[in-house]
Design a protein around this ligand. Structure first.
Ligand code: FMN
Length: 484
């Protein structure tokens, strides 16, 4: 394992070289049971990890304080640690520093994170990613990036200062000579997490282009951070309706406190009452349906009509960018879209539809066709079960529509507002889907959380290229709906 030098002045004093170890995250304890099973316990939960030998059970106790990573070469220990890691129950420490404390603690953000130290040659040049940022969290400093599979708790301010000098590309050979050089192992861990990246010597000043593919070039920093931190899959923060401030701040009221001043009563000014128009009736009838009738599932014919009238491309047109720029192609569809970009794509997870096999499909809005995408059944299941959980429903939806965005289509044009435009477009499309479901006597429900990592695994598309930004559950409601 590469050796790490402690930050600080090169005094020539010999200190124990810092090393990487793995340990249980805060609040987790291991319980070895008499039958050889080991369980991870936290709060009132307990997760079984399987049967292990008594030797492994003894070594596992070292996970409380830190087990050197090279010790996990033992097959059983390795298997135990990887099981813990997949469930997000461990963190990794680089240390000790000269004061005997951690230098850096690595907190995984994705389930398959495992610290990797790619080889870095002294002749290589590295620089900080433009997506990397350092911030205070509680009374700690954390180094993060929406591209990173882990975050780094920086326990020694000297390391933060040394890393700050990587705002400009630096050759490792020269960086090593600097006081407080944080060590090659940490640099390699940061390269692995894309917080640092290598650049070709003489790549020029265009660091944005040097960092990744064209799809990454198009992302603004705040947009990628917003995307990864407001979805599941690439971050370990608690997410969803958890009422984190319920004990601290009283619930804000449903209706805004009134402004002072004399009101103009609109009821008194209303036109004489007329019969409600079909459209107004539809608006009033729209509601969320979470419970579906699996004895009479939605049919393929109904699905075809639903997609045709909500999402099918109606026409195509072109326009040249002002000043002799490139020709840009556009479409017209049944709902509005910022800049006529129509960056949203529909993917269907079909659990129960009469006439259509269970599976995962892309809706080709141009040809009005469904194209099957081969996915593993456990991934399809995971998606459908997550929707059931998010709706607190008695079963999975018959069809789960994932609204995915082709991010480049919007960010090629819009600076700073690209991601917010996408979310606004999602809102517009969700209401369109709701109204059409109501019109057809079907049921639907928007879902606010989505797993971008799961979608990436199902489609094989990298999370920054095309990914989920909204969900809609669809089917025949178990209570009869009033058709429009
Ligand atoms: C953006 C958005 C996200 C939503 N997310 C969820 C969700 O995750 N789970 C759920 O059960 N309902 C969800 N809903 C449905 C709302 O709870 C519902 O619209 C609201 O309670 C009003 O009820 P109604 O739709 O029946 O009129 C969501 C609605 C919207 C517009």
């Amino acid at each position: 394992m590469p050796v790490l030098r402690a930050p600080g002045k090169n005094t020539g004093q010999r200190t124990a070289p810092p090393a990487l170890s793995v340990r249980l995250s805060g609040g987790i304890a291991l319980e070895a049971q008499a039958d050889g099973n080991i369980a991870a316990c936290f709060e009132e939960h307990s997760i079984g990890l399987g049967k292990f030998s008594s030797v492994t059970a003894k070594s596992a106790q070292e996970l409380r304080t830190g087990l050197p990573l090279d010790r996990t070469a033992d097959e059983e220990i390795d298997s135990l640690v990887r099981r813990l890691a997949r469930r997000g129950l461990v963190e990794y420490s680089l240390g000790p520093g000269r004061d005997g404390n951690d230098l850096v603690v690595i907190e995984p953000q994705v389930p398959d994170y495992w610290p990797q130290t790619p080889k870095l040659a002294n002749t290589e040049t590295i620089v900080l990613s433009r997506f990397a940022y350092l911030r205070r969290r509680g009374n700690e400093m954390v180094l993060e990036s929406p591209r990173a599979a882990a975050l780094f708790r920086i326990c020694d301010p000297g390391i933060a200062a040394a890393l700050a000098t990587l705002s400009k590309p630096r050759q490792i050979k020269k960086f090593r000579r600097q006081d407080g050089f944080p060590g090659k192992e940490l640099l390699a861990l940061l390269v692995d997490c894309q917080i640092l990246f290598r650049i070709e010597a003489g790549a020029g000043n265009d660091l944005r282009a040097a960092e990744g593919d064209d799809n990454l070039v198009l992302w603004d920093f705040h947009d990628l951070l917003f995307h990864t931190h407001s979805t599941e899959g690439r971050q370990a923060n608690p997410l969803g309706g958890l009422y984190p401030y319920a004990g601290m701040i009283p619930p804000p009221p449903a209706v805004r406190p009134r402004w002072p001043g004399k009101k103009i009563d609109l009821d008194k000014s209303a036109a004489p009452s007329q019969d409600l128009s079909p459209f107004v009736k539809l608006l009033h009838e729209r509601h969320s349906t979470r419970d579906f009738d699996d004895r009479q599932p939605i049919t393929l014919a109904e699905l075809a009509r639903f997609l045709e009238d909500t999402a099918r491309i109606q026409s195509r047109w072109k326009s040249r960018l002002d000043g002799g720029g490139p020709m840009i192609t556009y479409t017209t569809r049944p709902y509005p879209s910022g800049g006529s970009a129509y960056e949203l794509e529909l993917y269907l997870s079909v659990a129960n539809c009469n006439g259509l096999a269970r599976g995962f499909y892309h809706y080709d809005a141009d040809r009005h066709a469904l194209v099957p995408i081969g996915v593993r059944d456990h991934e399809l299941n995971a998606q459908l079960m997550a929707a059931e959980f998010a709706m607190d429903a008695p079963g999975t939806p018959q069809i789960l529509i994932t609204i995915a965005a082709r991010f480049d289509r919007i960010s090629w044009k819009y600076s700073s507002i690209a991601y917010s435009l996408i979310l606004k477009d999602v809102g517009v499309l969700l209401q369109t889907l709701y109204l059409m479901a109501t019109e057809m006597g079907l049921g639907g429900c928007a879902i606010g959380s989505t797993n971008i990592d799961l979608f990436a695994r199902m489609t094989g598309i990298e999370f920054h290229v095309e990914g989920p930004v909204g969900l809609f559950a669809l089917g025949r409601g178990s209570k009869p709906e009033v058709a429009g």
